[in-house]
Design a binder for this molecule. Structure first.
Ligand SMILES: [Mg+2]
Length: 189
């Protein structure tokens, strides 16, 4: 028998690779800046990644096309069924906000790389800002960094298995095949 757990009050999503199919959009600026794709670590903090690859973050962000990413199939319907949700992202805030505006998405809170002094993101300041405990939230993500955010505070974590990169990696833990499964997994109507 599965153990029934209380529904989280707030669902925290990673953005790139979790809500939007953005690998190509994230890699293209590196192509333009002459960086081989094999050197790029997906899911890392934008400033740290640019620094380790020896490119200017401003040049990277200027080269990023904010009109190209699309949500994964089923994500928009899933989001419309979640009462309270936020975004915790390692992305630069400028393209993140442009994409959210284009998609018409209005998460309750958005924290991007600048909110963490450009180091790797963390759930700690988001929980503090929202007055929530780890038991109040569930985190959904596509990378080991996302998982570590959940582990740092001890909240539930679910893998965005609708991203083929996650599916191929076949990670341990709760892996969802489709966005719609999130609602039932969290006990949301
Ligand atoms: Mg991601």
């Amino acid at each position: 028998m599965p153990i029934s757990r209380p529904s989280p009050r707030v669902v925290v999503f990673d953005f790139d690779g979790t809500l939007v199919d953005s690998d190509e959009a994230l890699l293209e600026p590196f192509d333009m800046l002459g960086i081989d794709r094999s050197r790029v670590v997906m899911g890392s903090a934008v400033a740290e990644e640019c620094e380790s690859l020896g490119v200017s973050m401003d040049a990277y962000v200027d080269a990023y096309d904010t009109d190209s990413v699309k949500p994964f199939a089923g994500v928009e319907e899933m989001l419309s069924g979640i009462p309270r949700w936020t975004i915790l992202s390692n992305k630069h805030p400028r393209p993140a906000m442009a994409e959210l505006a284009r998609l018409g998405w209005a998460p309750e809170v958005v924290m991007c790389a600048d909110a963490f002094d450009w180091a790797h993101k963390s759930l700690v300041p988001m929980l503090e800002r929202m007055g929530l405990d780890a038991s109040d939230v569930a985190m959904v993500g596509d990378s080991g960094g996302d998982l570590r955010c959940a582990q740092e505070v001890g909240c539930r974590f679910l893998w965005a298995g609708w991203n083929p990169r996650v599916r191929d990696a076949d990670p341990e833990g709760e892996v969802l095949d489709e966005p719609a499964q999130l609602l039932s997994a969290l006990g949301l109507p």
